[in-house]
Design a protein around this ligand. Sequence first.
Ligand code: NAP
Length: 264
Amino acid sequence: PHLSAILVGADGASETYVASKIKNCKEVGFESSLFRFPDTVTEAELLDKINSINNDSSIDGLLVQLPLPKHISVQRITETISPEKDVDGFHPLNQGRMVQNLPCYLPATPYGIMLMLEHEGITTAGKHCVVIGRSNIVGMPMSILMSRNADPGNATVTLCHSRSTDLSAITRTADILIAAIGKPRFVTSDMVKEGAVVIDVGIIRIEDSSTKSGYRITGDVDFENVAPKCSYISPVPGGVGLMTIVGLLKNTLRAAKGEVKFSF
Ligand code: NAP
């Protein structure tokens, strides 16, 4: 399997994510290639590169690391990637098939979370799952996957966002709480039911002069105070971030096998 990544600009977090994806490819024996562009690249230049990778039969999967500079349309970029090489699972055709439970590439982060639930043997059927966040790449697909007639899945799902009222009252009813917000330690212990499963998707860099890099990574959950109440909790770092890479690599392997076909 051969995964290609496109990286625009020199954002520290994006550099780290792409570097670890490339490193993980090596570890599992996949080929990888990285195409770098300055943040002054035009949208047309990026689209050209994507089209040439789409037509390159030696490359199985392609991801464009987000975020992109403001002058580039994420939607146009996402829709230009061939859905058969869309191993991040962001293309509307893959997301549409996901909704209908048809063969597709699942978005890597929600896919990784489903694999984590499966691996830990956590029962989801009949449980109340509360997802905080409704982005196209995490919260929205997460809510769909948890409500699908599948295992894991079959949960009763509530999707919350910044306009939800009395969030704590909702989250306290969650058997499974998935936080994908991007706000450090947003989920506090009073928001969590005793025995709940808590999955922290957030990755936030906060300044910390005591570290060599000058920052540290934290999640959306106040881990130290929430953990004692939970039956399971995923840490940050070392939880969903790693599983996202697993989802990406599994999608790349499936792409190399040609498992998802679109005929049009
Ligand atoms: P996003 O597009 O910014 O979405 C954040 C969501 O949180 C939005 O739906 C927003 O609601 C909601 N929200 C914000 N403030 C809220 C509040 N006070 N109460 C309730 N909901 C609130 O972010 P994202 O791309 O989904 O990412 C979320 C976090 O996950 C980030 O920290 C990101 O770095 C991390 N992430 C991690 C991985 C991984 O591999 N672990 C992968 C992707 C993302 P509205 O829709 O109403 O604005």
